[in-house]
Design a protein around this ligand. Sequence first.
Ligand SMILES: [Fe+2]
Length: 445
Amino acid sequence: MLKDRYGNPASTKSEAAMAKYNEALDLIRLYRGDPIAALDDAIAADPDFGGAWAARAGLLVQQTDKAYADEAAKSIRAGAEANLNDRERLHLRAAQDWAEGRYSDGTMRLARIAQEHPRDVLALQYAHVGCFFLGMQSELRDWPLQALRAFKSGEDGYSYIQGMAAFGLEECGDYARADIYGRQAVATNPRDGWAVHAVAHVNEMRGDLEAGIPWLADNAQHWAPESGFAYHNWWHLGLLYLDQGDTAKVLKLFDEKVRPDPNAQVVLEWIDASAMLWRLHLEGVDVGPRFEQLATCWQRAGEDAFYAFNDLHAIMAFLGAGRATDAERTLKAMRRAAADGGDNAYMTRKVGLPLAEAFIAFEAGRYDECVEKIMSTRGIAQRFGGSHAQRDILTLTALHAALRGGLASTAEAIAAERLAHKPQSPWAGRLARQARELSAKQRAA
Ligand SMILES: [Fe+2]
């Protein structure tokens, strides 16, 4: 019986298939290269290797893009007819849960695999990604911490689990330990973009530009090449430049690194692009044709209502491009999705819809409504996934709505909160000043 690189028994007897599968495991954990191609090679070497089919299905369903649904279904069908051991069968069932909209069940199933087979780094990573999409912050932290027990420091796999733990610790507010774990993981493997990202989040949450900018800018030669995740770490660097107030640098980075190909069809990239352009839009920066280019991409997914977090970001692009009708179309699709079953219906109902309405209200100048809807949703917004740094767009939008709508006290309150969290952040300082000026103006009137 062959075992994978971490020692998990696999259903193939083909050495060639196992070599390609192990290569895929390496690419998946590093978010590098083309792991689907490596899995396809493994399957070509042994078409009955059910574990490879399950890994393929798992990767595809977690792209949160309906465009991959057929390919994922094909992998699930082929996997069901192939050889599977018990662990691989659970992987396949988890992918099926995801494919059928039961994200929470699928994530829990993966986590249980990782608990029972703590050397199954793939199960842990897929569970970790699931937690991210579901906003399960404690589990982002705790499941990697559970798995560390099965690895010795320095052993293949250990640092990747440290990187996952670092991100979970950060999302739970334990910045000091997140920083230690993340830096240790990067010291072991500087190409580990996820661990680099965990430390980037620590710097972002602290508003620490002095540590944050060099952490990303000076190490990019390690984490960026061949990385399928680089656009997101570049996005984080863009946030820090925006914090500095250097919008020219942000736009340059956007064009060269976040969206080097304005037509690239990667939904996760579109999310970052929407999020960056919307922040610039709030700051009153002219972003030229970028919103329009992005809206054209979102068009094909605008009515998928596949995942509420994506839908809100599609709406940002449509609104920024002046395409109010498209934004309304996405809103209607979300209303339909909210009435369906599955986890996305809940996420849409409780979080996505009120936020979509809030952003539409912002663009229409209905600032009171915008603030009300964001403030009443923000406390549970993690339930539609994303990170604190991504969901910061809610707070920023509410604050700008309060500033534009003359809601001086609300603006001062939100700005004070921001400054308390990020005392070193120039952006937090600027926003607090704007809120104070609005208040003073109103008192003088
Ligand atoms: Fe991030």
